[in-house]
Write a protein that binds this ligand. Structure first.
Ligand SMILES: Cc1cc2nc3c(=O)[nH]c(=O)nc-3n(C[C@H](O)[C@H](O)[C@H](O)COP(=O)(O)OP(=O)(O)OC[C@H]3O[C@@H](n4cnc5c(N)ncnc54)[C@H](O)[C@@H]3O)c2cc1C
Ligand SMILES: NC(=O)c1ccc[n+]([C@@H]2O[C@H](COP(=O)([O-])OP(=O)(O)OC[C@H]3O[C@@H](n4cnc5c(N)ncnc54)[C@H](O)[C@@H]3O)[C@@H](O)[C@H]2O)c1
Length: 505
């Protein structure tokens, strides 16, 4: 490996250039050298990308302690009493907040720093670290500032440059001149805030507000329309019902932040309240402000237009079913910047597909098939899903039954004293094809795989497979089985015939 840091006056042609050291690194750039290719890998930030340094991993390392807090807070329901503080009446436990965040930051920094030494012996890999790559022509990139005169070209370019937080400065006056946080800063902040304002109600807002509120910060979420708008509507409603009751959570729904200033270590946010007769301006104060209003692809920084790489209207690289740029030959895009699904497991899946079909050529190219892409929101309650939502099934005019089985209607649910959460199954009439599965509640992200795996097998997901499985009693998975039984009954009620082999399952 050659580490090219602060290099000047350098030109070289490679077999492959990979831009982005997230999924592009371990899943594509490094394995490609094992096939004899010369590879240049460009990364302008820490190695490991968003997931390791400022995404999935640090957020989940912080969310687990938040879940521990929720367990302590609910211990009394299980006849386990935690002492109360005499003064405030709050439960008597302490969270060593700065130590917790410091531990998480150190773990991920150590992990990221361990990447380079691990590939030092790889002579096929040139690594352009700490400098931004920009297209200046077809499969031609300039690395660093133009004065450095570093230009690299390749036969094939894989764009895996990810996405970054959207900036709301053009919508909220004064925002740019305040020390507001995005997920980047929020995940590394070691000071416990008294009050936090969060703008947004999607993945990042719900996950990080679960963390902040559970660890003692009064958290106000500005929810533009509804929580987690991509979810099945019944899941959204259940999430809202449960989440707003959590300690330290306050929700301002439909209210529009318009202006913010930062004075004496305090954010003063002005917003419009449409619920009042005359839309009035109101103010809220907090010592921290988190903007979690979505992400945008890094294609602008890359100057994709100079390489003839066509973008979608939202700025993602427009790719075909083979993840090829629709306009630039021998350019592929994967992960967040291709915009199919903005999850690390999707970025991994897409890079494995490109390894198989383009780099190793072990298979003839075939269209990528994202069927059965699951998702999970690691808030509290947890959410997970696979397939279509009920509203999507209606839009497509499908003929289906939809059933819900509550956690409480299962043996393990009884042990957990569940008073929230369900498994929802949507099954097509006639074919018994499972169209969607949506879970809200304990371990939803684990349970959903039971159905997700069926979407990936030949012939697709059938209700029959869920019914035919033998379930460990009283594992949580029985909640999924009970939903399957309800779906079978709903099909019978609707007039469908069921094979005798499933009748008594
Ligand atoms: C707070 C948070 C929590 C998340 N939690 C989850 C989760 O639990 N599960 C899940 O599946 N997903 C989660 N995600 C999403 C997940 O992190 C992304 O989908 C995934 O990391 C995308 O991988 P990627 O390889 O496409 O891009 P990235 O990991 O973003 O890698 C792209 C890399 O390219 C670099 N780069 C960009 N432009 C240039 C340039 N011009 N020159 C050189 N380098 C450049 C960037 O610095 C970056 O390191 C989370 C995201 C966030 C922000
Ligand atoms: N568990 C996971 O897999 C996970 C966790 C975190 C992030 N992610 C990924 O990261 C991406 C980014 O997450 P995110 O939460 O930022 O995006 P998101 O798309 O999930 O949510 C954005 C939220 O911001 C709101 N919003 C947008 N503009 C606004 C405005 N002007 N004013 C007020 N609210 C506004 C939207 O209504 C929505 O609630 C997601 O698409 C997701 O794929 C995944």
């Amino acid at each position: 490996m050659v580490l090219l840091k602060n290099v000047k006056n350098f030109t070289k042609h490679y077999d492959i250039i990979v831009i982005g050291a997230g999924a592009g690194l371990g899943k594509l750039g490094r394995p490609a050298t094992e096939y004899g290719y010369s590879v240049a890998l460009c990364e302008n930030d820490k190695l490991g990308g968003t997931c390791l340094n400022r995404g999935c991993i640090p957020s989940k390392m912080l969310i687990h302690p938040a879940d521990v807090v929720q367990t302590i807070e609910s211990a009394h329901r299980f006849e386990v009493d935690v002492k109360k503080k005499e003064t405030s009446g709050d439960l008597d436990y302490d969270i060593r907040f700065s130590e917790l965040v410091a531990r998480v930051s150190k773990t991920i920094d150590d992990e990221s720093d361990s990447i380079l030494p691990n590939v030092e012996k790889n002579q096929k890999l040139d690594w352009f670290v700490g400098q931004t790559a920009r297209f200046i022509g077809e499969r031609t990139l300039q690395v660093g500032s133009p004065d450095d005169n570093v230009v690299i070209t390749a036969d094939r370019v894989f764009v895996a440059a990810g996405a970054r937080a959207v900036d709301l400065s053009d919508q909220i006056e004064g925002l740019a001149s305040t020390p507001y946080m995005t997920y980047r800063e929020a995940l590394r902040n070691q000071q416990r805030f008294k009050r936090l304002i969060c703008i947004g109600a999607g993945y990042i807002a719900t996950e990080l507000c679960h963390f902040f509120s559970s660890t003692g910060t009064h958290t106000t979420l500005f929810v533009r329309s509804k929580f987690l708008k991509y979810e099945d509507e019944e899941v959204q409603k259940e999430f809202e019902r449960v989440f707003v009751k959590r300690k330290n959570i306050e929700v301002k729904q439909g209210m529009k932040p318009i202006r913010v200033r930062y004075e004496n270590n305090e954010f003063i946010l002005t917003y419009l309240n449409p619920h009042l007769d005359t839309a009035q301006e109101q103010e809220i104060r907090a010592d921290a402000l988190l903007v979690a209003a979505g992400v945008k692809p890094n294609t602008d920084i890359l100057q994709c237009e100079k390489a003839g790489i066509k973008l979608t209207k939202d700025g993602f690289v427009e790719v075909d079913k083979y993840l090829r740029s629709v306009s630039a030959p021998n350019v592929w895009a994967l992960g967040d910047i291709a915009g199919n699904y903005l999850f690390r497991h999707n970025a991994n899946f897409e890079s494995e597909y490109l390894m198989e079909t383009v780099i190793s050529k072990m298979s003839e190219p075939y269209p990528i098939d994202h069927t059965g892409m699951p998702h999970a929101v690691f808030a509290n309650p947890q959410i997970a899903g696979v397939g279509l939502t009920e509203q999507e099934c209606r839009e497509k005019g499908l003929n289906f039954v939809s059933v819900k089985n509550n956690y409480s209607a299962s043996a393990m649910g009884m042990a957990l004293l569940s008073d929230e959460g369900f498994v929802k199954l949507i099954v097509e009439r006639g074919t018994r094809r499972i169209l969607g599965c949506h879970i809200i509640g304990h371990e939803a992200s684990t349970l959903v795989h039971q159905v997700g795996v069926l979407f990936r097998i030949e012939g697709g997901a059938k209700l029959d497979d869920l019914l035919n499985c033998i379930y460990i009693h009283p594992a949580l998975n029985e909640i999924v089985r009970n939903a399957a039984r309800k779906a079978k009954q709903a099909l019978l009620n609707a007039g469908d015939t069921i094979p005798p082999s499933l009748y008594f399952k």
